[in-house]
Design a protein around this ligand. Structure first.
Ligand code: DGL
Length: 274
């Protein structure tokens, strides 16, 4: 039996904030707990076993803190840890608890946007190597041509506060050029890492104007709304005080400063050890 609880939002660092802000906008009445594992970011170049272990620890902690539902607001964790957590760990944590990833809803949205069927994916090395996106997309839209480009420098640049610096332009342009070399006909580019919207203006600057950019925040928020409507038993047990608590495994002041700038409001952060 579920007791009343909150919605947990997990990412390896700041990236999940680009999803959380859309939850807060579309579903403002719910209570959220955000956990950023900034001490161990980036996850993108780590092995399956390590990403699984780090993600499992974070999700378990969010359940201990009173969450009934945890969203992996991280593509790398969704690609490498979601299935194992759902199959191996979730039954032991309580039959009514839920963990959701963000790859499936993104894959569903892609086919409705591209006009010519040529899609480009920008993601971490781990997400690209897992093949999770092409596999999910092929199940729904077998006719799409999907090209993936790993961007291993982008998350470290964001996590180190370099998103605005001129040096970042070099790496933004480099990976976009590589993506378009794979398929010059791409008309839709998916930011398949939740950190990448923090580089969106630079990505826009170096992509030809006719290419549309898909960021996950709005579509994941409406997918959560839809999920809650379809699961009234869970929804009934989610508290609705409109609050958000922030936790980081790294330096609290640094997280508070960066997250407050991004969310355009002053937040308070607490430290957590996993
Ligand atoms: N934000 C995460 C994602 O969506 C990746 C960050 C990382 O490499 O740690 O994939």
């Amino acid at each position: 039996m579920l007791t009343d609880g909150t919605i947990g939002v997990f990412d390896s660092g700041y990236g999940g904030l680009t999803i959380l802000e859309h939850f807060q906008a579309l579903l403002p009445r719910y209570d959220y707990i955000y956990l950023g594992d900034n001490a161990r970011t980036p996850y993108g170049n780590r092995s399956f076993d390590v990403v699984y272990e780090f993600t499992r620890e974070s999700v378990e902690r969010l359940f201990e803190m009173g969450c009934n539902l945890v969203i992996l607001a991280c593509n790398t964790a969704s690609a490498k840890a979601l299935r194992t957590i759902q199959q191996r760990d979730l039954p032991g944590w309580g039959a009514d608890k839920r963990v959701l990833g963000i790859i499936r809803p993104t894959a569903e949205a892609i086919g409705t946007l591209t006009r010519n069927g040529h899609v480009g994916l920008l993601a971490t090395e781990g997400t690209i190597q897992s093949e999770s996106y092409p596999l999910e997309i092929r199940k729904i839209y077998p006719e799409l041509q999907v090209s993936g480009q790993a961007c291993p420098m982008w998350v470290p640049l964001v996590e180190n506060g370099e998103a605005e610096s001129p040096g970042t332009d070099f790496f933004v342009k480099q990976y976009l050029d590589r993506l378009l070399q794979q398929d010059p006909d791409i008309d839709t580019v998916v930011l398949a890492c939740t950190h990448y919207p923090l580089l969106a203006h630079k990505i826009r600057k170096y992509l030809p104007k006719h290419i549309q950019i898909l960021a996950q925040g709005p579509l994941i928020a409406s997918s959560l709304q839809n999920y809650l409507q379809r699961h009234p038993d869970l929804d009934r047990h989610l508290t609705q005080g409109g609050t958000t608590r922030f936790y980081t495994t790294e330096n609290v002041d640094r997280f508070t400063q960066s997250a407050s700038i991004f969310l355009k409001k002053t937040i308070k952060t607490e430290h957590i050890t996993l």
